[in-house]
Design a binder for this molecule. Structure first.
Ligand code: CA
Length: 237
């Protein structure tokens, strides 16, 4: 293998204090042509993430020192890497907290390393960098303006600071203003059809999107929940 081939390989960071498990995951990734580094604690994980800018971080929740949730929160201040949380318990709260601090997916231990690498492969097929938008005219919903070409949302004249995922959700919903999208449809459009993860990741990002748009979850103006179905945009201007 040439150096160029090695440089082109996706890079993963495995953050896990159980050495045996970390090694096992890294070996599986290596077999799948993904270069993996290992960090045994949160501090080291953040140092390595800064130094080597991984494409994906496999992040154990229970770590000595800084825990996985805090690592994820800090990681998100400088990195757009995909994050898969590893949790020992199938607890809803762990999962939701993980997604809320910016994780993309989670797996409950014990998990199949084969499934983990399949999920990582699916993630890496969807680059995080903004896709060139189709453009098209600015869409207006009350005092919310969405500019697909510039990938900007402006509320009452002020630009909303949205992440790529948040903008993609808003773009999808506003592309068909009268349509109701199911969570699955939104996952397909925003995360990709080969996404294996939990569809409730949509709710977490909608919640953050609404907050940034100044939308009240109890009485939203822009992104409406349709009970038992999914989401749609509020009435157009
Ligand atoms: Ca651990």
């Amino acid at each position: 293998m040439s150096e160029t081939d090695l440089a082109a390989r996706p890079r993963a960071l495995v953050v896990e204090d159980e050495e045996h498990l970390a090694r096992l995951v890294a070996d599986y990734l290596a077999r799948d042509q993904i270069t993996a580094e290992i960090a045994a604690d949160g501090q080291r994980a953040l140092e390595l993430a800064r130094a080597s800018a991984p494409d994906v971080v496999i992040l154990d929740l229970m770590l000595p020192g800084i825990d996985g949730i805090e690592v994820c929160r800090r990681l998100r201040t400088f990195s757009d890497a995909y994050v898969i949380m590893l949790t020992a318990r199938a607890e809803e709260t762990d999962k939701l907290v993980g997604l809320a601090v910016g994780a993309d997916d989670y797996m409950v231990k014990p998990f199949s390393p084969r499934e983990l690498t399949a999920r990582i492969r699916a993630m890496l097929r969807r680059p995080r960098s903004p896709q060139p938008g189709d453009g098209g005219p600015v869409r207006r919903f009350g005092d919310l303006e969405i500019d697909p070409a510039a990938r900007e949302a402006v509320v009452a004249g002020a630009r909303a600071d949205l992440t790529k995922l948040e903008f993609d959700l808003l773009e999808a919903l506003s592309s068909r203003p009268r349509a109701v999208f199911t969570r699955r449809q939104l996952v397909d459009r925003v995360w990709g059809q080969d996404w294996f993860g939990d569809e409730h990741i949509v709710d977490v990002h909608i919640m953050r999107l609404r907050r940034k748009l100044g939308d009240d979850a109890g009485c939203p103006r822009y992104v409406l929940a349709v009970r038992g179905v999914g989401y749609r945009m509020g009435p157009g201007a």
